[in-house]
Design a protein around this ligand. Structure first.
Ligand code: 5GP
Ligand code: 5GP
Length: 229
């Protein structure tokens, strides 16, 4: 009887162990995608764009967002509606954000609506690691650190409306940052595939680039245009 009891207890322990481990390893996210957009490719589509109220941005990649993601490719969004975007908490960052995170959507705006959207949809999902000020500061630091345009031009890949091999684009960013980027394309007004956004992966703390555990879906051609801006 005692033996039966003992084996029953052992069996129930073995049955519940996996769920205990699963619960303790459930994370709010696994890594970030750091996404930068080429303004020329946002603006030359059939939809066109509007420059920010502060004027035409520099001909450089701009930040789109820092997006918490899971390793299985899914992602959390809009995680905390009790923490609204608060521009007063990032007043020291606004002038850098106007330069590095410009909005190109219409109608023209200062950028606040774009930053607010990115904070509410994505930023609130990384609150266990970084607060609102750190979220925006982290994205600005990553932009500085990655210098995509520098990586491309060093390899002779210039925003001149010519076509370049996707492989050379990828390799030049890998060469310069140390990590393989994922390239997202869109189409210009005539339907040509072009370099739109570059995704790099970042660890949970937001401090180091990492190899991407998973890439998004979508395909560019083998040769893609790099439009001017
Ligand atoms: P699209 O469908 O245009 O690629 O993405 C639309 C929006 O969905 C993005 O701007 C972003 O907010 C969100 N999104 C798309 N793919 C991903 C992803 O792989 N991870 C995360 N975190 N968000 C994504
Ligand atoms: P996501 O695709 O990140 O979910 O959403 C981007 C949102 O921000 C859209 O509602 C879009 O209209 C707005 N937005 C404002 N400025 C920009 C911009 O420069 N680029 C992109 N991709 N979206 C912008």
């Amino acid at each position: 009887m005692k033996l039966l009891h003992a084996s029953l207890s052992l069996i129930s322990l073995l049955l519940i162990l996996p769920s205990i481990f699963a619960a303790s390893s459930t994370k709010d996210f696994d890594f970030f995608y750091f996404v930068q957009q080429w303004p020329g490719s946002y603006c030359n589509t059939q939809k066109s764009c509007c420059f920010p109220t502060s004027g035409k941005p520099a001909a450089d990649f701009g930040i789109h967002g820092l997006w918490p993601n899971y390793e299985d490719g899914t992602y959390p969004s809009n995680c905390d509606n009790t923490k609204p975007f608060d521009s007063s908490s990032i007043s020291d960052l606004i002038s850098s954000m106007e330069k590095s995170w410009p909005t190109l959507a219409c109608p023209s705006g200062s950028g606040e609506a774009f930053w607010e959207h990115e904070w509410e949809k994505h930023g609130t999902c990384s609150e266990s690691v970084i607060d609102q000020h750190e979220y925006f500061q982290t994205a600005l630091n990553l932009k500085q650190k990655t210098d995509l345009l520098g990586a491309l031009t060093k390899a002779g890949i210039n925003p001149d409306g010519k076509s370049y091999s996707l492989e050379n684009i990828r390799d030049s960013i890998k060469e310069s940052t140390g990590f393989t980027p994922w390239i997202q394309c869109n189409r210009d007004g005539s339907g040509n595939s072009q370099l739109y956004q570059v995704y790099l992966c970042v660890d949970r703390s937001g401090s180091s680039l990492v190899e991407c555990p998973v890439f998004p879906h979508g395909k560019c051609g083998d040769e893609i245009e790099f439009p001017s801006f």
